[in-house]
Design a protein around this ligand. Sequence first.
Ligand SMILES: Cc1cc2nc3c(=O)[nH]c(=O)nc-3n(C[C@H](O)[C@H](O)[C@H](O)COP(=O)(O)O)c2cc1C
Length: 197
Amino acid sequence: MLMKKREFIKGMGLAVIALFLPKRARALEYYPNPSEKKWAILYGTWCGSTRDASLWISEGMDGIANVFDVRENPDLSGYDHVVIGGAIRANVTSQELQNYIKKNATILKSRLRGYFAVCGNMMQPVGPEQTKTFIDNHLALLAGVSNLPSQVFRGRITFGLMEPDVRKQMEGMKMPEYDNLKRSECMTFGKELLKKA
Ligand SMILES: Cc1cc2nc3c(=O)[nH]c(=O)nc-3n(C[C@H](O)[C@H](O)[C@H](O)COP(=O)(O)O)c2cc1C
């Protein structure tokens, strides 16, 4: 009886401690499949299309990559392979992503396996010019690692997700809402990255 009481008290104590553990330690990591190598996809977004692209890239890798918003400020030193992608506004990725890449350049250098960008490109098809602007002369320059596999995707415009002033500006320009992000293209890129690494 005494033993049972002791165990009960011990159990309660552990439960109370668990309540105070930082949330991140208890967060569900969504890997459907195990992997020998650890992959991370890091993204910067305003309205979420780049988050979706990241998840679909991971899906193309059979879900083995952990996907991080740069605002989580993740420690990527425990990963073997890292892919970086950013949404584009005024021809560049978010300041948070740029700062993170510069600050973590040493950790990233040996781990970087690919880049991607998600842009609107005025609803026109993307080509080598966008790769040059968003990847070669931007992400690769910031990280100091060039000639990696890369892709520029076209994303979405959703007024309801924008900051009020940005929404007003976009609506004022008569910019329509659109959705050009393709899950299949993101998945194909994920498969390519996995094959090349
Ligand atoms: C304020 C603003 C500026 C943008 N600037 C560009 C740009 O310079 N070049 C471009 O191709 N797309 C531009 N876009 C389109 C976005 O890149 C596109 O909507 C993308 O899907 C946004 O990604 P996110 O949903 O992850 O934030 C802009 C969009 C907004 C709202």
